[in-house]
Design a protein around this ligand. Structure first.
Ligand code: ADP
Ligand code: TRP
Length: 332
């Protein structure tokens, strides 16, 4: 029997962080056991904001090296760069004919930009390019081109997935058959929205991230910046209202969590100590991945080869889907 298909991607717009790790990379790679998996680097999406060729290229290598360091096996899964599969672009154009402008108007990222402009008394569309405006249509093509079943993502991508489903349903309805597979988002309750240093959702756009592969000393220094309240060392503390504990829980097993919880409630543990404990457990988890990453990032030829082979495999699948669709839509 054919396996189900899982797919996800990430933009090369900054250093991969702890939120990406728990919200997306880890759950996505766990699916490789039971699913046919396709992972990609969304460089077309990245181009909407990154216009420096050196930077986007370097970030693309960094994201690819992150996938591989975390255990992506290129023999089993497809890893490719979005821009290397030109069929995705062709499918985007097909989808555009069924994508209402009103749907795009409602996309969170676009709306946030308009709100920011309005707040600052600028033209509402100031700095909005068509790449940003039509972002959900390209994302729908990424997903629908493979007949994907499951899309592991963080909570912030929920709306994009709903839009993909909307677009696919409009097309299926118009032609009276399932031309496009309806995908499902896979968002984990416990890790779908990891908090950042300031307690808000961790995001490159909030500048509150904990990058995954910081050298040890820098990681420790950064963790010391986690925002806490002004309770003294002696006071008992509430773990469930603490940014440090929220992060600690992600790395700790049940027993470690219970022990840490006790220390909070007993009093006598200062924030500095709690941060040190977080550093230790985080560093222990990350160290083996970090050292793989450091080796991989030095080996760009290997990454190029993996991406080239991945793109070949992806192109073949996508071109079959496109031929089918062109025929069904009356373009061929
Ligand atoms: P950012 O918001 O930092 O720009 P991306 O948009 O590149 O992150 O996100 C890549 C993937 O990681 C997406 O699936 C996204 O939902 C997930 N993700 C990003 N931030 C978090 C977070 N704080 N918690 C859980 N998942 C996250
Ligand atoms: N929009 C996703 C993000 O910002 C990246 C992405 C692009 C994606 N295309 C996708 C994720 C398709 C899952 C499936 O993180």
């Amino acid at each position: 029997m054919n396996k189900k298909i899982a797919l996800t991607g990430i933009k090369p717009t900054g250093l991969p962080h702890i939120g990406n790790y728990f919200g997306m990379y880890k759950p996505a790679l766990e699916l490789a056991k039971d699913y046919d998996t396709r992972y990609f680097i969304a460089d077309y999406h990245g181009l909407n904001s990154i216009k420096d060729p050196k930077i986007i290229k370097e970030l693309t290598y960094e994201v690819a090296a992150t996938w591989l360091a975390m255990g992506l096996n290129p023999e089993k899964s497809i890893l490719y760069k979005q821009s290397a599969v030109c069929g995705t672009f062709e499918l985007t154009i097909l989808l555009m004919a069924f994508t209402s402008k009103g749907l795009m108007n409602r996309a969170h990222a676009y709306k946030a930009k308009v709100a920011e402009n309005t707040e600052a008394s600028r033209d509402p569309d100031d700095g909005v390019n068509m790449g940003l405006f039509t972002y959900p249509a390209l994302m729908a093509a990424d997903i629908l081109q493979f007949d994907s079943d499951v899309i592991p993502v963080g909570q912030d991508q929920k709306q994009h997935l709903e839009m993909t489903i909307d677009i696919a349903q409009i097309i299926n309805h118009n032609y009276g058959k399932e031309l496009l597979k309806i995908p499902a988002a896979l968002i984990r309750e416990s890790t779908g929205s990891v908090i950042g240093l300031d307690g808000r959702k961790m995001s490159k756009s909030y500048n509150n991230t904990i990058p995954l592969f910081l050298p040890e000393k820098k990681l420790r220094k950064l963790l010391m910046k986690i925002v806490t309240n002004s309770q003294t060392v002696d006071e008992p503390k509430d773990p469930d209202k603490c940014n440090i504990f929220a992060l600690y829980k992600l790395f700790a097993d049940i027993q470690q969590q219970a022990e840490m919880r006790k220390k909070y409630l007993a009093g006598g543990m200062g924030w500095g100590n709690a941060k040190q404990e977080l550093f230790e457990i985080m560093n222990e988890t990350i160290t083996p991945i970090r050292s793989k990453y450091e080796n991989l990032i030095k080996n760009k030829d290997y990454i190029d080869e993996v991406l080239r082979e991945g793109a070949e495999k992806a192109k073949e699948i996508v071109s079959r889907k496109l031929s089918f669709l062109r025929e069904e839509l009356g373009l061929q």
